[in-house]
Design a binder for this molecule. Structure first.
Ligand code: HEM
Length: 144
C-alpha cells in the first residue's frame, strides 16, 4: 500500500514538472508577442541610427533595414565598418569596400546598383543572407 502511495506521489511530481515546463514554453510566449514594428525609412531618417545620434545602429541592404546594434563593435563609432552605420551599405558590401566614397550621398536618390558585375552581385547576396541570418529586419529604405 505504502509503495502505491509513493508511486502516485512520484508520478504527480513529474506531471507537475511537465505541466510547468509547457507553461514556460518559449515558443508559446513568442506566439503571444507582437512581431517587431517595421518602419519606412528614407536616407535622412535612417542616418541618425549610427550609434552616436541614437544608440541603435541600423544599416540597409537593397532597401531592407537591419538592426545591427548587436554588432556595434563592427558598425558603432570607431568600428572598422562604421561607414555603413545608418546608411545604404549595398554598394560597399558588393564591392567589399569600406571606403565611404562608395556610398551614395544622403541628398542623392538611392543607389540603383547599376553596373555591378555578376561577382559583385553575388557578394552582395551573400552579405544580405549573412545579415538576414544574424540580425533583425526593422524596416525598409526608399527614396523620400
Ligand atoms: C582588411 C581585411 C579584413 C579583415 C582582416 C576583416 C576581418 C573581419 C573579421 C575577423 C570579421 C568577423 C567575422 C565573424 O566572426 O563573424 C569580419 C566581419 C565582417 N567584415 Fe571584414 N575584414 C576585412 C575586410 C573587410 C572589408 C573590405 C569589408 C567591406 C565590406 C568587410 C566587411 C565585413 C562585414 C560586413 C562583416 C560582418 C560583421 C557582422 O557580422 O555584422 N570586411 N571581418
Amino acid at each position: 500500500m505504502i509503495y502505491t502511495i509513493i508511486l502516485i506521489v512520484v508520478i504527480l511530481y513529474f506531471v507537475s514538472l511537465i505541466v510547468r515546463d509547457i507553461g514556460s514554453n518559449p515558443l508559446a510566449e513568442a506566439d503571444s508577442t507582437e512581431p517587431p514594428a517595421q518602419t519606412d525609412f528614407v536616407p535622412k531618417t535612417l542616418c541618425k541610427f549610427n550609434g552616436k545620434d541614437d544608440p541603435k545602429v541600423y544599416l540597409a541592404i537593397e532597401g531592407v533595414v537591419f538592426d545591427v546594434t548587436a554588432g556595434k563593435g563592427f558598425y558603432g563609432p570607431g568600428g572598422p565598418y562604421e561607414n555603413f552605420a545608418g546608411r545604404d551599405a549595398s554598394r560597399g558590401l558588393a564591392l567589399n569596400s569600406f571606403d565611404p566614397a562608395v556610398l551614395t550621398s544622403l541628398d542623392e536618390p538611392l543607389d540603383t546598383l547599376e553596373g555591378l558585375s555578376t561577382e559583385e552581385r553575388e557578394s552582395l547576396l551573400n552579405w544580405k543572407s549573412h545579415f538576414g541570418n544574424k540580425y533583425t529586419v526593422v524596416g525598409t529604405l526608399s527614396n523620400p
